[in-house]
Design a protein around this ligand. Structure first.
Ligand SMILES: Nc1ncnc2c1ncn2[C@@H]1O[C@H](COP(=O)(O)OP(=O)(O)OP(=O)(O)O)[C@@H](O)[C@H]1O
Ligand SMILES: [Mg+2]
Length: 350
């Protein structure tokens, strides 16, 4: 089996970029709407910029319905986009099906939340991995080479000895082992980027760390670019180099994970951090089940004007309900930004 083709590509090399990425899902029209000009749409993702680099993990954090999975599916080209661009190594890409889609998938692979649903229960691990190797032309030319490639895949995800797992069915494995198989299947394509949509949220807390450590190890060994989608901003600090925070379809803050999680600037990021379970606060009153505010995420069919967070924001100013905030540099930390008028220098000077 050949090694990962660009594993020696320089770390930090940009693999995948979203530029102004936008996705509006049309809402099905009711009979009475047919006679009007109304075309409602769910504004799931609006003007999202994101860069995935080799050897780095970018965490995408936000509450349910904020558009995280839609961003991942757009990047995987599973949905057509409404606007913006997706660039693979700087080249604009738009693929729908067929060979172009397969070629794209060989470079950009997705890992889903539920490993049980993503593996076919009637097929063995050997079948799943062989299929991935064959589809992407990495199965070698002889049975011995295929067997070697299968073993190498399972070894990469620490399912050893491989012969113990190859002929098992998904239901014979634990949740963590199934997720390792799903990761091995993605690696069968020898991808450059992995899009992991809440890869540990359905797993027992005790095995989450093992999977995150595996992904981190793969990032380093295979020089992968990883998008890590999560609700859990604490795990973003532990696992990701960069953290991006999304609210109601828009990016609101980004920067290196340590800065974003330790010195959050956007009021929404602060709220997320305050509502996250904190081991040091376990005896206290605050936990994830009692967030600091009672607000609800807004409707994405008619999202709030200006800053989408303004109806829930404790620091909202009059202009927040009318003007869309632009990303503003925060402090001296390089690359730390927030889309919040609180950091507009004119506002600060007032
Ligand atoms: N195929 C679709 N058709 C119509 N609306 C959709 C579709 N997929 C997602 N949406 C809507 O887009 C918005 C964003 O959904 P998305 O699944 O991306 O959020 P998320 O951040 O991944 O949430 P969660 O944390 O619950 O997984 C939601 O309002 C959702 O209802
Ligand atoms: Mg999701």
């Amino acid at each position: 089996m050949t090694s990962i083709p660009d594993a020696k590509a320089p770390a930090d090399e940009v693999v995948l970029e979203a530029i102004g990425l936008t996705k509006h899902f049309p809402v099905r029209r009711r009979l009475r709407d047919l006679f009007s000009n109304r075309h409602d749409a769910v504004h799931a993702v609006d003007d999202v910029n994101l860069t995935l680099r080799r050897g780095q993990v970018v965490a995408l954090v936000g509450e349910s319905g904020s558009g995280k999975s839609t961003v991942a599916r757009l990047l995987a080209q599973l949905y057509p986009r409404t606007g913006g661009d997706i660039r693979l190594h700087g080249e604009s890409t738009k693929v729908k099906a067929g060979t172009a889609f397969r070629r794209y998938c060989a470079r950009v692979q997705m890992i889903f939340q539920d490993p049980f649903a993503s593996l076919n229960p009637v097929h063995t691990i050997r079948y799943h991995l062989t299929r991935s190797l064959k589809v992407h032309g990495n199965a070698g030319s002889t049975d011995a080479e295929l067997e070697q490639a299968l073993h190498a895949l399972l070894e990469k995800v620490a399912l050893t000895p491989p012969e113990r797992y190859l002929d098992k069915f998904p239901h014979e494995l634990s949740g963590g082992q199934r997720q390792r198989v799903a990761i091995a299947r993605a690696l069968g394509a020898e991808p450059e980027a992995l899009l992991a949509d809440e890869p540990v949220s359905m797993l027992d807390v005790s095995i989450r760390l093992g999977i995150l450590n595996l992904l981190r190890d793969l990032k380093e060994r295979l020089n992968l670019a990883i998008l890590y989608i999560t609700h859990d901003i604490a795990s973003a600090r532990y696992f990701a180099d960069q953290t991006m925070v999304m609210y109601a379809g828009r990016m609101v803050e980004g920067g290196d994970s340590e800065t974003v999680t330790q010195s959050p600037a956007h009021p929404y990021t602060r709220l997320l951090i305050e509502s996250a379970p904190d081991p040091d606060r376990l005896t206290g009153v605050a936990d994830a089940a009692s967030p600091k505010d009672n607000g609800e995420p807004p409707s994405l069919i008619r999202p709030p004007s200006g800053c989408r967070f303004h109806p829930r924001c404790p620091s909202a100013m009059p202009r927040c309900s009318t003007d869309l905030p632009v990303p503003l540099q925060i402090g001296d930390a390089p690359g730390h930004w927030a889309a919040c008028w609180l950091y507009d220098t004119e506002e600060v000077a007032k």
